[in-house]
Design a protein around this ligand. Sequence first.
Ligand SMILES: O=C(O)CCC(=O)C(=O)O
Length: 298
Amino acid sequence: MLTQDQRDFYDRNGYLMVENAVTDEQLAELRRITYDYIEKSRAVSESNDVYDLDEGHSAETPRLTRIKLPHKQHPYFWELLRNSRLTEVLNDLLGPDTMIQTSKLNTKAPGGGAAVEWHQDWAFYPHTNDTMLAFGLMLEDVTEENGPLMVIPGTHKGPILSHMANGVFCGAVDPDDPLFELDKAVTLTGKAGSMTVHHARVLHGSAPNTSDRARLILFYECHAADAWPLLGAGSYIHSLGQRKLWDDLQDRLVTGELCLTPRLEQVPVTIPLPPAPDASSIFKSQKTGGAKSAFAKV
Ligand SMILES: O=C(O)CCC(=O)C(=O)O
């Protein structure tokens, strides 16, 4: 359970660091499964439903940007979210009825693993209310050198900045946007087993990995069951048809019950369209959408 101070900190700043979010045994199992996936990526030469490959990936030197949807790839990732300390933090911050929006295991390979340009997750998937967050569970130590997550405190209460470039949704803010205050950024480093929490509206990004160690962070993006997607990354539900939509909702329930009466709040919404030429992941949207880099300047 989080303390009242931790909850207040999250409400005020839009982020939180939770130490020892998993046990040593859970961490060891997560690492074993993850390195097994990385090992198996040697046989893969193009991005597919499991892997998003980084530049320079080969059978000799696996380089991934991401393992996609880990909670669907391996039951342990799903079990962890449903029955662990993570579940308690989820209920503390979102209430009893919670759903997963998506998951990803961002693997920033040693020596250059890609930056994630500054953005607000909300810009990708606006919902009827913003009771939404992302967990970032560190599977290896995260230091200044291996591409830590950075956040700008308090921005979850501010505007959603433009994520457009060249007329398309590029999934990143313009580093020259006067509303983007990089000097207020906080870097979230920690020991393996620590977990960051960030609100869906908080501005965040991460630099390339300049170390010789992998940076492995397992992200779970979740929301209260009464937050319903409007469009964007959640828009696949519109093409499912009623039966599959219903099944999908059950599959995404983490705790409590589904809620068929969306809570409508006064939230800032811009529909993330038109998409970048390749919108299959944030890395692809930022790259093919022509996002300007805030990290190139640093
Ligand atoms: O991997 C990271 O450092 C950040 C990931 C992220 O913000 C995202 O995928 O939306």
